[in-house]
Design a protein around this ligand. Sequence first.
Ligand code: ADP
Ligand code: ASP
Ligand code: MG
Length: 404
Amino acid sequence: MAKKVLKFGGTSVGSIERIINAAKIVGKEHAKGHKLIVVVSAMAGKTNELIEQSISISKEFDKRELDVLLSSGEQVTCSLISGALRGIGLIAKSWMNWQIPIITEGDHNNARIINMRTEEIDKFLSEGGIAIIPGFQGISKRGDITSIGRGGSDATAVAIAKIFKTDSCEIYTDVDGVYSTDPNKIPVAKKIDKISYQEMLELSSLGAKVMQPSAVQTAMMYDIPLQVRSTFTDRKGTDIINQENIDYSKKVVTGVAYSKDDAKITLIGVQDKPGVAASIFEPFSENQINVDMVIQNVSSDGKTTDLTFTIKRDDLDKTLSILKNNKKVKIKEVNHNTNVSKISIVGAGMVTTPGVSYKMFKALSEEKINILAISTSEIKISIIIDENYTVEAVKKLHKTFDLD
Ligand code: ADP
Ligand code: ASP
Ligand code: MG
């Protein structure tokens, strides 16, 4: 008998039939004698719908009120799945964020779970009950309702696995595991049996929506094995585990991810002298703007140079206004481009294999795809390209690294 977290994402609870189907999965697991904590997302599309409603009230909708609004989506699914479980004769009970309570720290709309009270729910589990907990939310120490960032039900599931010391954490979703790239966009994508926390963290941070990055990070820190599997089929899913348990001798690249979240800014005619880059980037860091890739050209006349960098697209307006008001540096011209996408290859096998970047750049040149910026880490290479070539580039790299 094990103690398990079962997390159901938005599509998995996207209709009444699907909630009943999820309840059947929970019922089967319960029949095996497991103690179960079920974490649910809002029904698919609900969170977006609530955000749109808030925007139609006001473009500057209060963040505290937004959290009150958004948390309602998961509350609905909790009671519906609990009702479905009771309907098939099981003992189930839902708890709201403030009843447990799930304590969070940090800003509204982007808080972090730091603790939960476990005694009452543990007692309920010992008596054969199935506990239902809403994903994506908590309360602050002051008692205000908070939400923990989009896709945050994954993070709730992992936090519960850690705090309740469960034996496993199963993420039920609309695909049957983690694939070498998004299977809904690139049908030749292949399912991965086992992937390391590090690789999953890179892939999800670089656009693979299947797991939320902060959930993977917590799982990695506390060595909590995760399993991603389908709500709609019985097929075996993907284990996200410690790197030591994976054989990298045959595989260099594990997956290809892409995102359209970035914007590229080029500063033309920047003074070429010590301290200029620091003066440009200092106000970005003060304003929590994350700069990702940076390229500085060699100055041909020894006086001015061009500087290109990427930021999150959401930060573009703020960044442009900071640049305009920066009196410390002289810049001749500022250009920006939002029609770009970031394509990344990820693989722990890269550490020991030379020539991976050459192979990547050559493959793209064969497709006549121009690379606008590059960044690398030990286990990933990311490039920025024209957005129109996204699918072509992903397909080509997928094939080049034998992932088809
Ligand atoms: P949930 O609502 O269950 O949390 P998400 O929509 O957040 O599900 O994540 C599942 C989706 O992630 C899939 O439908 C798929 O389109 C997308 N996805 C992107 N990259 C990958 C990948 N490498 N492997 C599997 N799914 C991926
Ligand atoms: N409902 C929230 C969202 O759509 C959280 C989640 O589904 O994980 O982002
Ligand atoms: Mg998700």
